[in-house]
Design a protein around this ligand. Sequence first.
Ligand code: NAI
Length: 462
Amino acid sequence: MASYDVIIIGSGPGGYVCAIRCAQRGLKTAIVEGRETLGGTCLNVGCIPSKALLHASHMLHEAEHNFAAMGLKGKSPSVDWKQMLAYKDDTIGQNTKGVEFLMKKNKIDWLKGWGSIPAVGQVKVGEDVHEAKSIIIASGSEPSSLPGVEVDEKVVVTSTGALELGKVPKKMVVIGAGVIGLELGSVYSRLGAEVEVIEFLDAITPGMDAEVQRTFQRLLAKQGLSFTMGAAVQKVDATKTKAKVTYKLRKDDSEHVVDADIVLVATGRKPYTEGLGLDALGIAMTKRGQIAVDAHWQTNVPGIYAIGDVIEGPMLAHKAEDEGMAAADHIAGKHGHVNYDVIPGVIYTHPEVANVGATEQGLKEAGTKYKVGKFSFMGNGRAKANFAGDGFVKILADADTDRILGAHIIGPAAGDLIHEICVSMEFGASAEDLALTCHAHPTYSEAVREAALACGLGPIHS
Ligand code: NAI
């Protein structure tokens, strides 16, 4: 048995970042992880591997669609799927080994195995019980199930199986037009699969700015993805090699069946708390099965904290990281803070989609008077040169004070561009502050400045 200041259960971006901050604060720290490698869902079967496949498939798309126009002639590359998977696995390996290195560097013990909390102040891993003054649950999330759909990770897959397919399918049906469905649907569409997305609601990517939703769906359709909207999937009948997806259209209750080689179930994720022993400890949960925490990420049981996907809020790696650092600071007697109003969201398709802060719908509901500054990437010289003129930047600012309230970007490098707006919002900047900031030419970021200008006197290039 060993004794620690802090034991963190789970080594995803929430857990391992929290562990490093604990160590930086001088706390004796251990991290519990049952997988063979550190990094959790994000590094092993989520963000990182999907980005590798998105990158590779985007390169193919560029070669097929834009190379000739740039004077790059020759045969388009063909897909060596085994090698693409090897590249993805190598990317995972580099990242998980990197986290292992960081644990060693910060003198954080890795307790290998699945952890549970037999009593306050104790964490059990295998047969060993360790003591800790504070315990942080960072056990993440798992794909949620859909009634009538049995996942085998071969023909009917979640995002995990979709990163390991034996071959590129001819026909893929994606259930759910959320982040996972559209990212992985894009990958296989670019690699040559016929991809049909079946979505319950009438718009893709729930909760996103409505104008972005429409533009995004149009651009994805142009790339070859097809959408069946307002359709509730009833069941999936699968053999070892094929599947039939039955859905009902909400508008007329009519039933339809579609064949697929692969069905990707991407209808959301749920907190993963199995085997932790939370019931016996009397840890309070929310109605949605999340661990309930206070403003300092403390559960109702003293000394036990929770961060990331197991608590409420967007299931995003960077939100978990921020909570991990803040909870560590709090345990170390410092001030830990997360500004939940400024958490960016990014979808890594092409074009990328990014947002932060308020949506127009939200502002209308709250009765806030606001103005909109919008600028199309068609007016951005760099974007035009790079065949990346699709999309726009939209900034929402308070009608009276000009303070930036939110931003929505669809276009090239949107996931990077959003951060200058995040920083602006953190500093309480007005749209004019952003518009007065010199932006290098020619960069995509000029489109952000133009949208800020559009909140005032008007943009220059449209
Ligand atoms: P999601 O919640 O984003 O989307 C699920 C979609 O499935 C919704 O549009 C919903 O209306 C639809 N749906 C639900 N039941 C259905 C049914 N029976 N028939 C048809 N459609 C149905 O969930 P997703 O994409 O699985 O992602 C899970 C979580 O992982 C999200 O919280 C997301 O933020 C996170 N994630 C984030 C990424 C990023 O930041 N780039 C990448 C991947 C995941």
